[in-house]
Design a protein around this ligand. Sequence first.
Ligand SMILES: [Zn+2]
Length: 168
Amino acid sequence: MEKHKCINCGSTDIMDVEYGTPDEDLIEKIEAGLVLHGGCAIQGLMQPYYCLDCDTRFDIQCTELFMDHLKQIHYKTNDEDILIDFHPEHLDIQVNTFRRMIPYNKELKDILNSSALEYWKTDNGNAWSMDISCPGYFRESIQLQGTDETPYTFKLFRAFLNKLTKTL
Ligand SMILES: [Zn+2]
């Protein structure tokens, strides 16, 4: 089985998490320390992996619900101010004072999705800050701050931004 890396710290010290009422088979696995039992099965809170190094539950991509409800990302660094409004078929992007509309194609969606930013832990770094708005999702807004090195999948989000801004 392919070993996933933690989206936050990059560790490979990862355990599978299973949810819901455990059957005999699962109880054995939990007792053997092979699987972590994550509690009740609650939609949106069933991340399949747990990182033993940084104590985070995560998935290697965002949930479909999060992607569907994602309305706006406001990303800021010392010299960038990027506002992205999400629509089903296009994105409205404002970089500093320059506005532009671009098609929201599968490639862009896939890169953003694989950044798994829904599960990022804020580390209060001061290289960038981000406000995510997803009205109607159980987490209606997410505020994050970090450095260029963390979280581990930050480079994928940066790749998403680069694709958007290179067309401007
Ligand atoms: Zn980790």
